[in-house]
Ligand binder design. Structure first.
Ligand code: ADP
Ligand code: TRP
Length: 324
C-alpha cells in the first residue's frame, strides 16, 4: 500500500548508466515508487555548476529522463519533471541562502572536491549547490530522501536549514530523513580491485547491445590475486545472482565449489541474461529518444503536478519571512 509520505530525489545527469549504477542505486530507487509519493526531478540547475556547453546540458537532461522512464519510473505513480521548469526551486534557495552561514558551505566535502577538480571554474553555484538541494527537498516538504553516502552531508545541511527556518519563522518544514539502501558494489571487469565506473575503462552500459555485452564480459579478468582471492569471479557471480535463473545460480555455485567451473560458460550465460534483462529498456529508451515530443509531454505533465505543491509552499514561506 503506498503511504502518503513524500519522497524527493534529484537525479544528476552524468552520462550513461552502467550495471554498477543500476544495481547500486537505480534499481532500489525504482522500487520506492510503490511505497512513497515520489517527486523525482532531473537536477538540470545543479548541472550548470559543472557543465557549461548548452548542447550538452540539453542532451544529457533528456537522456537521463529517457533512461529513468525506460527503466520503469512510471509517470502515473511518480511525478517526474525538470528542476528548471519549477522556478520556485531557485526562489526558495535564495531565501535559504540568506539563513545559511558561508562557513557551513565551505566545509562541504563535495565543494572541496569539485573545486579542486575544476580550479578554473570555482563558481558560486558550486558553493551554493547544497542550498539549492535543500530547497529541492523542502519545497515539497519531503520526509524521505534516497541518497548515496556522498550526499549524506548535504542532506544533513537540509535538515539544519529546516530546523533553523522553523525556529525563526515558525514550524513550516519537516526534517527530511535519508533512505540509505544496502549498497551493492559492482567491480570493474578489467580491474576487479576497483569499482565499475563511467570514468574507468569499459563499464557495462545498460544500453549496450548484446554483442557488446558479450565482448566486454569475454575480456573480464578471472585470475587469482596475490591473496589467493578471485575478485573478478566474485564479481561475475554477484551479477549472475542478480540476473541469472535459479538453476543457473545453483549450477555455477556448485561448479565453483567443485572446481569444475568453466569461466567461458559463465560469461556466456551471464551475457545472455543481462542482454535479455535490458532488452525492453533498450527498445523503450530508443523510442523515447526518437520522440522528443513524447518526452516533453511527460515532463510537462510532471511539472504541472509539481507546480501546485511548489506554489503552495512558496506562498507560505513568503508570508512567514515577510515578503507577503
Ligand atoms: P560513476 O562512478 O560511474 O560516475 P556516479 O558517481 O554518478 O557513478 O554514481 C551514481 C550512483 O551509482 C551512486 O549512488 C553510486 O553509489 C552508484 N554507483 C556508482 N558506481 C557503482 C558501482 N560500481 N557499484 C555500485 N553502485 C555504484
Ligand atoms: N546532489 C545530488 C547528487 O549529486 C542530486 C540532487 C539534487 C538531489 N537535488 C537533490 C538528491 C535533492 C536528492 C534530493 O546526486
Amino acid at each position: 500500500m503506498p503511504t502518503t509520505k513524500i519522497l524527493v530525489s534529484g537525479v544528476r545527469a552524468s552520462g550513461e548508466p552502467h550495471i554498477g549504477n543500476y544495481l547500486g542505486a537505480i534499481k532500489q530507487f525504482i522500487a520506492l515508487q510503490n511505497q512513497y509519493r515520489c517527486h523525482i526531478f532531473i537536477a538540470d540547475l545543479h548541472a550548470l555548476t559543472t557543465i557549461s556547453d548548452p548542447k550538452e546540458v540539453r542532451v544529457q537532461t533528456l537522456e537521463v529522463a529517457a533512461d529513468y522512464l525506460a527503466l520503469g519510473i512510471d509517470p502515473k505513480k511518480t511525478t517526474l519533471f525538470l528542476q528548471s521548469q519549477i522556478p520556485q526551486h531557485a526562489e526558495l534557495a535564495w531565501i535559504f541562502n540568506c539563513i545559511t552561514p558561508i562557513g557551513e558551505l565551505e566545509r562541504m566535502t563535495q565543494f572541496k572536491e569539485k573545486s579542486s577538480q575544476q580550479k578554473e571554474n570555482i563558481n558560486a553555484g558550486l558553493l551554493n549547490y547544497p542550498v539549492l538541494m535543500a530547497a529541492d527537498i523542502l519545497l515539497y516538504k519531503a520526509e524521505a530522501v534516497p541518497v548515496g553516502e556522498d550526499q549524506v552531508q548535504h542532506l544533513e545541511l537540509a535538515r539544519t536549514i529546516a530546523r533553523k527556518f522553523n525556529k525563526h519563522f515558525g514550524k513550516t518544514f519537516p526534517e527530511p530523513k535519508p533512505l540509505l539502501s544496502e549498497a551493492l558494489r559492482v567491480k570493474s571487469l578489467s580491474n576487479p580491485e576497483k569499482k565499475m565506473s563511467k570514468t574507468g575503462d569499459e563499464a557495462l552500459l545498460l544500453s549496450d547491445p548484446p554483442e557488446e555485452i558479450s565482448r566486454k564480459l569475454k575480456k573480464a579478468v578471472t585470475a587469482t590475486d596475490a591473496k589467493g582471492a578471485h575478485p573478478g569471479v566474485d564479481n561475475l557471480m554477484l551479477m549472475l545472482r542478480e540476473f541469472g535463473s535459479r538453476e543457473q545460480i545453483l549450477r555455477f555455485e556448485s561448479e565453483l565449489e567443485n572446481n569444475t567451473i568453466k569461466y567461458s560458460e559463465l560469461k556466456e550465460i551471464l551475457a545472455q541474461r543481462i542482454a535479455a534483462h535490458f532488452a525492453d529498456f533498450r527498445k523503450k529508451r530508443k523510442e523515447l529518444l526518437a520522440s522528443p515530443e513524447t518526452l516533453a509531454d511527460i515532463l510537462g505533465e510532471g511539472a504541472e503536478k509539481a507546480r501546485a505543491a511548489a506554489e503552495k509552499t512558496m506562498r507560505e514561506v513568503k508570508e512567514k519571512v515577510g515578503l507577503l
